[in-house]
Design a protein around this ligand. Structure first.
Ligand code: NAI
Length: 484
């Protein structure tokens, strides 16, 4: 019994410790302390973007050493791996968004944020040209604040972390008729279109062919984004639509179209077959070696494996075929035409310095190195670069941070934590490195591993709490079917 008492005391102590830590973190989030003001004697470091690379860099950067300015058309960080969950209401949108001002307000020295898009750069005078534009302006009007005079911003050091943009490969009709899955606005649009199709299909006065069209949900691209979205969509049909629209659920079809011979080419073969088998069980059709050639407003045209073409009706089409360089990435490339010859992004050296440039670094999907465009890579690059900046700037002797990097530090090296993907019906797949070997796993246990891994990777306790509550809510009450 004394052993039991000791265990009880230990449990109470751990509980009290955890509660105090959570309480303290919450208090600190709500009550940021005083910040040092901008210091004209310090160099100006401009971070472009609020994605994985730039945000992780900002989070780890000691801002006492620089005047930091963050420029992005989006005033929040988006936890993209959970974006497919927002399209069907498994998670609420704000649960995976982290306001960048919250991060900035907790830095030692004041950080400035400009909600704008960088549209050009003068590398000789170290000046950026900014258009006052938010991500929603760009989506809603296509031009945002472009009528206003562009803003000029000087930098001493520039870190480009602008990510990529959706790649349509110039396929006709995609921009006009397809939904993307890259930003929060895209997830909102998918949810609206999905509910639109389902509600329209509920009218009695439409033809059966029209009903089948509206209920045909198509995903183009068999990479992790397309697979995860198809999985989430299946869960929505199975768990929720089946109860609230019982007359429609058997008519709903999900089709995934992939140009290559199989889906998830970057994953282990066993996991590919596991995913294909799970999709089969879940009645998701996979059309491989099939390429979408054109998207019209109610149908799309594919090239079949035998070279023939077919026109297929659809109600919702989600385009998830990967990314290409942002316009500003190309603008920067064009300043160094001899060296920056790869159209996919900015070639960087092993210290993440943009080749041919001076005082410009690139991180994340816009940087071309030997690593894949993954959130993990961007995040590790951001952390690595912040540490280098923190370390180097403490040394008063250093006058040229850019050139000093290779004298003072080891090159950036990516350490893979493995790949995870949710495939629907509470199953996930994992390709994990383990002591120089790869462990592959797929199933329900992996799904719980996927959940805990993503929960721990979320940027703040606030986001973790919200996501956990959303998961609990879904379990208790099901997904919310309201259109918005
Ligand atoms: P992706 O580039 O991995 O896959 C796109 C797929 O679309 C390709 O397989 C391509 O063959 C196919 N495709 C292109 N055009 C087509 C057409 N016209 N018709 C039919 N199929 C077509 O793109 P994704 O999934 O957006 O991923 C981008 C990057 O982010 C990748 O590096 C990926 O590994 C990473 N990622 C990783 C995740 C994870 O590990 N859980 C989650 C999401 C993204």
């Amino acid at each position: 019994t004394s052993r039991l008492r000791q265990i009880k005391r230990a449990v109470y102590a751990v509980g009290l410790g955890a509660a105090s830590y959570i309480g303290w973190s919450m208090y600190q989030t709500r009550n940021p302390g005083e910040q040092e003001p901008f210091d004209p004697s310090k160099k100006t470091l401009v971070l472009l973007g609020t994605g994985w690379g730039s945000t992780t860099m900002l989070k780890n950067l000691d801002t006492t050493n620089f005047n930091v300015v963050v420029v992005s058309p989006r005033n929040y960080f988006l936890f993209t791996p959970l974006l497919p969950s927002c399209t069907v209401g498994t998670l609420e949108n704000r649960s995976i968004m982290e306001p960048v001002r919250l991060l900035m307000r907790h830095k030692k020295r004041e950080v400035k944020f400009l909600e704008a898009s960088c549209i050009d750069i003068d590398v000789d005078s170290k000046q950026l040209l900014l258009e006052r534009r938010s991500s929603s302006d760009a989506k809603l009007t296509g031009k945002g604040g472009a009528d206003e005079e562009p803003l000029k911003l000087n930098y001493d050091y520039l870190v480009v972390g602008v990510g990529g943009t959706v790649n349509t490969f110039g396929t006709p009709g995609v921009e006009e008729h397809a939904c993307f899955l890259k930003e929060m606005d895209d997830a909102r649009q998918i949810r609206r279109r999905l509910m639109d199709s389902v509600e329209k299909a509920s009218f009695d006065d439409i033809t059966e062919a029209e009903r089948d069209r509206l209920l045909h949900m198509v995903v183009v691209g068999g990479g992790p984004t397309g697979i995860e979205y198809a999985g989430e969509l299946h869960d929505f049909l199975e768990d929720d639509l089946s109860k609230w629209y019982p007359e429609l659920v058997d008519r709903v079809r999900i089709t995934l179209v992939e140009a290559l011979p199989n889906v998830l080419p970057a994953f282990d073969k066993k996991l590919i077959s596991f995913t294909q088998d799970t999709f089969k069980e879940n009645n998701i059709s996979i059309l491989t070696r099939t390429m979408v050639k054109e998207v019209k407003d109610k149908t799309f045209i594919v090239q079949n494996p035998d070279g023939s073409r077919s026109e297929i009706p659809y109600g919702l089409l989600v385009w998830a075929t990967g990314i290409k360089a942002q316009p500003i990435t190309n603008k920067i490339r064009q300043k160094f035409p001899e060296i920056q010859t790869n159209g996919r992004g900015l070639l960087v050296d092993e210290y993440l310095r943009v080749k041919g440039a001076k005082d410009i670094w690139a991180i994340g999907d816009c940087a071309l190195s030997s690593y894949a465009p993954l959130a993990q890579v961007a995040s590790q690059q951001g952390k690595w670069l912040a540490r280098k900046f923190n370390h180097l700037s403490n040394d008063d002797l250093i006058t040229d941070l850019f050139l000093q990097m290779n004298a003072k530090t080891r090159p950036f090296k990516y350490s893979s934590q493995g790949s995870l993907a949710y495939i629907g019906s509470e199953k996930a797949i994992a390709d994990l490195p383990f002591f120089n070997r790869n462990i592959t796993a797929g199933g329900v246990a992996t799904f719980w591993f996927w959940k805990s891994a993503y929960l721990s990777e979320l940027l703040s306790l606030r986001n973790r709490t919200r996501v956990a509550i959303d998961w609990a809510n879904r379990w208790l009450y099901g997904r919310d079917l309201s259109r918005e």
